[in-house]
Design a protein around this ligand. Structure first.
Ligand code: F6P
Length: 421
């Protein structure tokens, strides 16, 4: 009897997380001779625990599957759910009974570090009970913080959004020459500064905005920041500063925590938001100039108009490659990207020659780790990004995709309009 496939999405969405879903589903549906039903789990492993699943085949027949390639959000819904560390917990036999009920032979989970923790635990439990289910992680995260992979699907599109939007804001902020102004842009990425570093791609000449860029990798000193802003305003009337949501004092306190209690999500992560507003008030109070803070918030991860064609292509390919690897017998692995033709810094030597190999890496070495921006890519005083980042990031934001429209706005696939709650 043919084994069935199940695929889920978990963690925060990206603009191409559904392109990865497309890759898995399209490839699995095209292997009808080997594979049975292709199921999607609604709201990840948490939804699966209460039998929230759907058959993906009708999506192909209705054309909805094509549409998900350019649809933001996580089509199947998401969760931030941590499986118990103790593999003797009763949840594991419960889950594996459910896998048996649905005759699952292949499990794909599209997500970041926390989701890879789920893949790791399930594959370790499977090995403990000699289950032959194959567990494969498909990477995604705008934070770009997964280890053992050059980058992650979702980062390229978010970086393209950040660079374009910072450019647009810079142009808008530059209209009044007689008024000194500071615009602070807060960018996501949690504890890693990859996405904030992408704002450097908006700069057109030396000294252009964003003049100051602050990542969480370097301790943030408020006094040094105010001094930098003061000096920059002597030569730039309209200063644009990009900061990461995760900037911190280097002693465990996030700048956003200085303004209010941030709270934690269901996985236990602090919800980082508000450092831009905090610094807006600080600059206003200390320098008395016009200040505006802009939190890019979820716009940076759900903009279909800013999907990078390269990112979408790699997201689809990583999903499809995951299916291929699972069928070849791999389990407990995550699909990773190895960049070929790199220089000693590990960055692509030329945009035209950018090339990656799709490989598999041990998911146990990836889960719960964080890859941060190398300190040598950040300038010594921690307020700018060096040239290595440009050659690393530029190939990832290339190309545009056509998003289908309806009545003048993008046409998206929407599961909730198909299924009653
Ligand atoms: O991990 C991806 C991410 O977008 C982070 O950059 C951000 O801090 C977090 O998710 C927000 O999570 P949520 O959407 O669950 O609040």
């Amino acid at each position: 009897m043919k084994k069935n496939v199940i695929v889920g999405q978990s963690g925060g969405p990206t603009a191409v997380i559904n392109a990865s879903l497309y890759g898995v589903v399209y490839e699995a549906l095209n292997r009808e001779e080997t594979l049975g039903t292709v199921y999607g789990m609604i709201n990840g492993i948490e939804g699966f625990l209460s039998d929230q699943i759907m058959d993906m085949k009708p999506l192909e027949l209705s054309g909805e599957l094509e549409l998900i390639k350019t649809t933001p959000g996580s089509y199947l819904g998401s969760c931030r759910y941590k499986l118990p560390e103790n593999l003797n917990d009763e949840i594991y036999p419960k889950l594996f009974e459910k896998f048996a009920t649905y005759n699952i032979g292949y499990f794909f989970y599209i997500g970041g570090n926390d989701s890879m923790d789920t893949v790791s635990k399930l594959s370790r439990y499977a090995s403990q009970i000699s289950s032959d289910i194959h567990f494969i992680g498909i990477p995604k995260t705008i934070d770009n913080d997964l280890v053992l992979t050059d980058h992650t699907p979702g980062f390229g599109s978010a970086a393209k959004y950040v660079a374009s939007t910072v450019r647009e804001i810079t142009i808008d902020a530059s209209v009044y020459d007689n008024t000194k102004s500071v615009t602070i842009i807060e960018i996501m990425g949690r504890h890693a500064g990859w996405l904030t570093a992408s704002s450097v791609l908006a700069r057109k000449f030396e000294g252009d905005n964003p003049v100051l860029i602050y990542l969480p990798e370097v301790a943030f000193d408020q006094e040094a920041f105010i001094e930098k802003v003061k000096i920059a305003l002597e030569t730039t009337s309209n200063l644009v500063v990009c900061i990461s949501e995760g900037i911190n004092d280097g002693n465990g306190t996030f700048i956003c925590e200085l303004a209010s209690d941030v709270g934690v999500d269901t996985f236990g992560h602090k919800m980082l938001t508000g450092s831009g507003k905090y610094l807006e008030n600080l600059v206003k109070e200390r320098l008395g100039v016009k200040v505006r803070s802009i939190e890019l918030n979820v716009c940076q991860r759900c903009s279909s108009s800013m999907i990078s064609k390269m990112d979408q292509k790699e997201a689809i390919a990583s999903g499809a490659y995951g299916v291929k690897c699972a069928l070849e017998g791999e389990t407990g692995k995550m699909i990773a990207f190895h960049r070929t033709n790199t220089n000693s810094a590990g960055t692509s030597t030329s945009m035209d020659h950018y090339q990656i190999d799709y490989v598999t890496e041990d998911v146990n070495l990836i889960c719960n780790q964080e890859k941060t921006v190398p300190l040598e890519w950040i300038t010594h005083d921690g307020s700018d990004i060096g040239p290595e980042f440009l050659s690393y990031a530029q190939p990832l934001i290339q190309g545009e995709v056509t998003v289908p429209t309806e009545n003048g706005i993008p046409k998206f696939a929407y599961r909730k309009s198909l299924m009653p709650l």
